[in-house]
Ligand binder design. Sequence first.
Ligand code: AMP
Ligand code: GLY
Length: 417
Amino acid sequence: MLGSGAREHAIVTALLGEDAGHEIVSAPGNAGLAAVVETVALDPSNGAVVARYAADNDIELVVIGPEAPLVAGVADAVRARRIPVFGPGRAAAALEGSKAFAKRIMDAASVPTGRAIRATDLDGVARALDELGAPHVVKADGLAAGKGVLVTDERDAALSHAEHYLQMGPVLVEEFLDGQEISLFFLSDGHDVVPLSPAQDYKRVGDGDTGPNTGGMGAYSPLPWLAQRWGSEQAFVDEALDTVALPTVRALEAEGTPFIGLLYCGLIVTDAGIRVIEFNARFGDPETQVVLPRLETPLSQLLFAAATGGLGKLPFPKFSPDAAVIVVLASEGYPDEPVTGRVIEGLDAAAEVAGVTIAHAATAVVGGEYVATGGRVLGVVARASDLAAARTSAYDAMGRIRLEGSFYRHDIAEGVA
Ligand code: AMP
Ligand code: GLY
């Protein structure tokens, strides 16, 4: 398991929960992962190192968590040794690594998305802003850890955001899409595709969707309002499968760069229907932490079938009707300049709340104590029979954790049931 976030902790927790005797090595992992599996200090983005480690240790399946190793071609290096790997190669990972590439594939596959204009200089950006109108959406073309996007009514702010990211490469100016956002995950073996249950993510740092975008401050699953609007969750998922995921996977297959791994569809439900705002080439964080606890099909089966082919022979994954909520604890200063090195207390008391688990993200054990090592420190995950109960448990547990200067959003899964 490559990576070191709460997403990776959640994937490993799901695998261990199968009680199938899996032996798992986490590279590099974090304090939460180190408490449950072996960790090894190797650079997850170094394909040669990862491939050699996998070969030397008879690893049967490499699961790639974060985007950086995918975009760096780690899956290609592992696959070259004929070791099964869950994660697309560099070419298909460009679906996440380059928003312009993603738009090209969506065009080729007639996938519904907003209009976008690519610009390489400020004049081009200005023309695109005028053409598409306000609210303005400006995106860095390449990876920016969720921070490359600005949505604003102010033309000047849009221009200066573009100016900053133009130093690193092209930018996209997009049509503003109005509606509820949904994160929907599909597993793909390069040809066949199976869906997981949808989740909703809270991207802005502050309560009431204020402040800058982050990697994600909380999430919940399932989405009762979506099931109501579409008649059922299944009806929505089927439509997204047919109009978004399958055509995208088939377009990549036709280009000779099959997508093997997790296709994360960032969707907006507009009045005109489903629209794609972004693709990611890996499990979402923190959405994974609320989707996987509800998964009743063994995750290892799905990952292995995706990595080796034959996903089409499996029934669609099953989900519990239970609800799950995650609230993310962030270090003081996140997302700009998180303060690290401070001690985290109260984790045991938090985990005593019924249905609660702690998904570690940026944690380490130093001198016998847990310390925060980054911006998103951990997530409190609560599972219960409905969203309101899960939300209550998550906040009860969060209230027991102490980390100087830290903060979290108070409105996760509020008013959504
Ligand atoms: P992205 O990295 O493309 O997912 O963008 C980050 C966030 O910006 C999204 O989760 C949305 O909240 C917002 N966003 C991105 N593109 C659009 C768009 N075309 N219209 C409205 N909001 C958008
Ligand atoms: N939570 C958003 C993402 O994983 O990209």
